[in-house]
Write a protein that binds this ligand. Structure first.
Ligand SMILES: [Zn+2]
Length: 196
């Protein structure tokens, strides 16, 4: 609840143009699916009691707070929302799940026309940070065609981040105590991209 309230406060009232859009993947589902007419109400990955939709708001909130602290305007978005944003950069935050545990790892997705330098800067940075497998770029249909890419206009800095495979116990154990740190890592990356 505290995260939800803080995230609400992070939204600049009435601002269509912001520096950064940060989306917490799956947050608010399944409640948001019916009123928003979402056909495929994907609730995200889980391992035991750990749920992706509980993790992404922690990362997104840490990233948004850090960016605001640096003076950037931030729009925090849950899984489903009305409206369209214009931003200098947008990141959609996720953790992966696989039916065959530990067959995957971290990855990134981006739409056609994305700024590849932006994507590659993150990949390079995260590969140095994440000690497990990096599975690749646009490795799934979802990563190529993510629904929320259409919800924001950026100058190409639009990217979906999968931080790792939470259905892999070893990766899950490494990530779970570092969720806040992952958010800070995202904020540092965006700051380095947006500052001249
Ligand atoms: Zn997800």
């Amino acid at each position: 609840m505290i995260v939800v309230i803080l995230c609400f406060l992070l939204q600049p009232a009435g601002a269509d143009q912001v520096d950064v859009v940060v989306q917490a993947g799956h947050q608010g589902r399944p409640k948001s699916c019916k009123p928003m007419h979402v056909k495929h109400c994907n609730l995200g990955a889980r391992l035991g009691t750990q749920r992706e939709q509980d993790w992404t708001p922690i990362v997104a909130h840490a990233a948004a707070t850090e960016l605001q602290h640096d003076g950037f305007t931030v729009k925090y978005r849950p899984a489903d929302y009305r409206g369209h944003d214009r931003a200098r950069a947008a990141v959609f935050l996720h953790f992966d799940g696989n039916s065959e545990p530990c067959s995957g790892g971290a990855s990134v997705g981006f739409p056609p026309g994305a700024d590849r330098a932006f994507v590659h800067d993150w990949v390079q940075r995260y590969r140095a940070f994440f000690p497990y497998h990096f599975a690749g770029e646009n490795i799934s249909h979802n990563e190529k065609t993510y629904y929320a890419y259409r919800r924001v206009t950026t100058p190409g800095r639009t990217m979906l981040i999968e931080f790792g495979e939470m259905t892999c116990a070893a990766q899950e154990r490494w990530m779970e105590p570092r969720l806040h740190e992952l958010g800070i890592e995202v904020a540092r990356f965006i700051r380095s991209e947006l500052q001249p």
